[in-house]
Design a protein around this ligand. Structure first.
Ligand SMILES: Nc1ncnc2c1ncn2[C@@H]1O[C@H](COP(=O)(O)OP(=O)(O)OP(=O)(O)O)[C@@H](O)[C@H]1O
Length: 270
């Protein structure tokens, strides 16, 4: 295959610094050392500073004075018992839930003081994958992915070029016109991953993305997330799946009763 024949998705993977589809060069070389060195100097892409969250009517905080910094390009697992506060962190990163105290900075933006009219655009800049897929049931796989481009103002021509490539990348070539109910759970999650990745987000948040999938399908989804992470996208994933955490050996942050009790590079489930 010549350079010019390489797809958008392949070129994106080789050029991790290009954050937008339009920035991915038509003719490009392999990842180089300069890209990697540039990343070393960048500020954390996610920063929680002494964050506490107490929900209304709760007797104790769901998150208690949590501070953590996540660098660009990291793959981080949040683990911990049910009710320990993992999903609350994801919701706060998306500004769906506001902290009671502390500061949250995402991609250089202080989320805590963000004006409400800026929130929808901010949320669209982050890719999200959830346990229950959250696909639009009356739209095909193609339309679900294209919708993510539509809402950020990309033309139909861009969608026609990019959507088939990203669906091919997630292994759904040939199934573009199927509706969610005509796809298996694993295939639906692939559509959700394609939709989360199609805008080349700087950050991808995944809240138990394998929670509804069998072990083999879970591994396939993790391969996809790993591949996306290798493009330079920071991946933050909440999970209860010890096999996945133990196989991936990435940074593990363990939460217990709203506090960080372990933060380990190349960690295991414990
Ligand atoms: N909207 C809410 N109102 C009141 N309390 C809430 C709300 N959302 C979550 N909580 C409480 O906050 C705590 C943390 O919840 P969270 O969903 O973050 O936990 P989790 O670690 O993600 O749990 P799981 O693994 O079961 O999904 C729990 O005690 C929960 O009951």
């Amino acid at each position: 295959m010549t350079t010019c024949e390489r797809s958008w998705a392949q070129r994106a993977i080789e050029n991790p610094e290009c954050q937008q589809i339009d920035e991915v060069p038509q003719n490009c070389g392999p990842r180089d050392l300069v890209h990697r060195l540039q990343r070393v100097d960048s500020p954390p892409v996610i920063q929680l500073e002494q964050v506490t969250k107490t929900y209304p009517k709760a007797s104790r905080p769901s998150l208690d004075n949590v501070s953590v910094a996540i660098e660009k390009g990291e793959f981080v697992f949040f683990i911990g018992p049910s009710g320990s506060g993992k999903s609350t962190i994801i919701k706060m990163l998306l500004h769906e839930v506001a902290p009671s105290k502390g500061r949250i900075v995402v991609n250089g933006k202080d989320v805590t003081s963000m004006r409400s009219w800026k929130r929808p655009a901010f949320r669209r800049s982050i890719g999200c994958v959830f346990q229950d897929f959250r696909l639009l049931p009356n739209r095909t796989a193609y339309e679900n992915v294209a919708f993510a481009l539509e809402v950020i103002g990309k033309t139909k021509a861009v969608a026609r070029r990019v959507v088939p490539e990203v669906l091919e990348l997630v292994g759904l070539g040939g199934k573009e016109h199927r509706y969610p109910q005509e796809l298996s759970g694993g295939e639906q999650q692939r559509v959700a991953v394609a939709r989360a990745f199609v805008n080349r987000p700087l950050i991808l948040l995944a809240d138990e993305p394998t929670g509804n999938l069998d072990p083999d399908t879970s591994i396939e989804i993790m391969r996809l997330l790993d591949r996306i992470n290798r493009t330079g996208t920071t991946v933050v994933m909440v999970t209860h799946d010890s096999n996945i955490v133990n196989q991936m050996r990435r940074r593990v942050i363990e939460i217990e009763s709203g506090r960080i009790v372990r933060d380990q590079a190349r960690g295991v489930y414990g």
